[in-house]
Design a protein around this ligand. Structure first.
Ligand SMILES: Cc1cc2nc3c(=O)[nH]c(=O)nc-3n(C[C@H](O)[C@H](O)[C@H](O)COP(=O)(O)OP(=O)(O)OC[C@H]3O[C@@H](n4cnc5c(N)ncnc54)[C@H](O)[C@@H]3O)c2cc1C
Length: 548
């Protein structure tokens, strides 16, 4: 399939849908294509809805300045001012946009939005009550006249080291090779959910949407864009074995966390570090306790958990025989992930969602706007679209090097041909890669451990020749393993470069156990060496603004 478009959006999740809708809204004559690996009605981090919009600055109640103070605490100072500030400034109008689409934000008796505190300062989280959010977004995309190409994985960007001109990939079912030339490309394809192995051992039993395997990070890196925050390897204490979210939903409604000794754990705000500490120091298992809450609160919590987030939870608790009125919810450590939404990992972007490659924009979890959550995905989807529409204005499609297209098509054909009799299943191979990430690339880190991973890396890449590929779905899994390996390589290099410990457990180095603001209050930026093809690490100053 050969496509030509003004704007190509890669990924039809929260940010991608928003970007496509807003681009058509800005200029209906602009052609917009979304290429999505799954099916946009249910793909991405929102499969149904979400219980909250985590960052909303309500005029007269909170302020962008207060949010920035909170964000600086959460990031321990590794934060560029402008993108996060713009997100905070535009968050309220985003809420109003969503409301105009029928998304419900509950209000109290005084007609005020119900807000809760999960940040160090200020009630920025607004409750949201819309189990149909993803369907609404998908419907809006269709109504806007956006062309949607589902079940197509992007495997390579069309780029020449300086600018991006579209992307290539293939249909996961039919294998059809897809080329999309574009004046502007917006990457909106999420973080790396499949990084280390969950304790359950299930490859897809991850907290974050498992369809995101760090594709966007790898695509941007291979095309020459800069990335940052890869040393921030994060996990959460969530429902043991299920890895489903519930902390914000329960703790903000009066639940407590207790350890194995029956002691209540002090949580300054919903900070996960204290909980992880209990587990690591042997006072686990830890539990969420709700038996002191009134019946109507428990019902409210059950309603949210069993409808908006993941309805499977209802069955899970029934089968375990746990009733929140009496029983405790056991928490376990999730797998480690890389994410620009819940964490600090991503493609370097400015407040216009521009990456360091011309014509390439990034929005949502794929971009580094620390802890931007759903608010950031929506706001930067909007920003990227506005900027993209300006960019395409009166421009012609750039010349694309045909040999690049031929090479990618041939590469995919070769894998199908050469790997059909491979001896290792793609599932077993991914298991081993991610188990090795669990062994060496996550905290506690040290020089030796991290370098052990680098010893394994070329072996894995070589041994991929032995993976058995019998259909295009398996070919897509093969490609995802390459993305995961690229992310692990980037993460290990960033972790080696940051010779200090920061962000509590998430970048704890036993050989540099102290935080060292004097030398390391900087970004570790990564990019591909043009000549060597190796990972280059740069120390980049923080871009300050406002009063910080
Ligand atoms: C379980 C959970 C609960 C959350 N709860 C909240 C909450 O209550 N409030 C809040 O503010 N935030 C919440 N968040 C965070 C928020 O949902 C995310 O930050 C946001 O949805 C990310 O949007 P995105 O568009 O960047 O990624 P996604 O929505 O994940 O979309 C990425 C899309 O890209 C596609 N894709 C990936 N790779 C490729 C490829 N190679 N080719 C083509 N397509 C590709 C994927 O299939 C996917 O559809 C939650 C996140 C999770 C996981």
């Amino acid at each position: 399939m050969n496509l030509e478009t003004d704007i190509l959006v890669i990924g039809g999740g929260s940010a991608g849908c928003m970007a496509a809708i807003v681009a058509k809204e800005q200029n209906p004559d602009v052609s917009v294509v979304i290429i999505e690996k799954g099916e946009i009605s249910r793909s991405g981090s929102i499969a149904m809805g979400m219980d909250a919009l985590n960052i909303v600055v309500q005029p007269g109640i909170t302020s962008p300045e207060l949010y920035m103070k909170s964000a600086l605490i959460a990031t321990e100072g590794i934060l560029d001012y402008n993108p996060s500030n713009i997100m905070a400034e535009r968050s309220y109008s985003m809420l109003k946009r969503l409301e105009s689409w029928g998304i419900r934000f509950p209000r109290d008796e005084e007609n005020k939005y119900i807000s809760l505190q999960v940040h160090a300062k200020g009630n920025f989280l607004l409750e949201m009550d819309s189990p149909d959010l993803k369907l609404v977004l998908a419907e809006k995309v269709k109504e806007a006249g956006v062309r949607i190409i589902n079940r197509t994985i992007i495997t390579k960007l069309l780029a020449n080291g300086e600018r991006a001109n579209g992307a290539m990939g293939f249909n996961i079912r039919s294998g059809e090779f897809v080329v999309c030339k574009a004046k502007v490309t917006i990457l909106a394809n999420g973080g790396c959910a499949r990084f280390s192995l969950p304790n359950s051992g299930y490859l897809y039993g991850t907290f974050d949407y498992p369809g995101n395997a760090g594709d966007g990070y790898s695509l941007a890196y291979q095309a020459g864009a800069q990335l940052t925050g890869f040393e921030y390897t994060q996990c959460s204490p969530l429902i043991k074995d299920l890895n489903c979210p519930l902390l914000y939903i329960t703790l903000t409604r009066g639940a407590e966390v207790v350890n194995a000794l029956g002691e209540t754990i002090d949580l300054e705000y919903v900070s996960t570090q204290n909980m992880l500490k209990e587990l690591r120091e042997g006072r686990g298992p830890i539990f969420i306790k709700m038996n002191h809450l009134p019946e109507e609160r428990i019902r409210e919590i059950e309603r949210i958990l069993f409808t908006t987030e993941r309805p499977i939870q209802k069955k899970f608790w029934e089968n375990r025989g746990v009733d929140f009125r009496e029983g405790l919810i056991e928490l376990g450590e999730t797998e480690y992930q890389l994410c620009g939404g819940h964490g600090m990992t991503g493609i370097v972007v400015n407040e216009k969602a521009e990456t360091t490659l011309k014509g390439l924009y990034a929005a949502g979890d794929v971009a580094c706007v620390p802890f931007q959550h759903l608010t950031g995905a929506f706001v930067f989807g909007e920003v990227a679209a506005e900027e993209a529409v300006k960019f395409v204005n009166n421009k012609e499609l750039s010349e694309v090097d045909q040999s690049m297209i031929n090479d990618e098509e041939q590469r995919l054909h070769n894998i199908m041909d050469n790997n059909k009799n491979g001896s290792i299943s793609v599932k077993d191979f991914e298991y081993k890669v991610r188990r090795t990430i669990s062994d060496y690339a996550i905290p506690p880190k040290n020089d030796q451990k991290l370098k052990r991973f680098l010893w394994w890396l070329p072996r894995f890449r070589e041994e991929m020749k032995s993976i058995r590929i019998t259909d295009y779905h398996e070919l897509s899994k093969f490609e995802e393993i390459q993305f995961i390996l690229d992310c692990a390589e980037l993460s290990v290099h960033a972790s080696l470069a940051r010779k200090e410990s920061r962000w509590g457990w998430f970048h704890y180095r036993t050989d540099y156990p102290e935080k060292d603001d004097r030398n390391w209050l900087k970004h570790i930026v990564l990019k591909k060496g043009i000549k060597s093809g190796e990972v280059q690490t740069l120390l980049v100053p923080i871009k300050k603004g406002g009063k910080n």
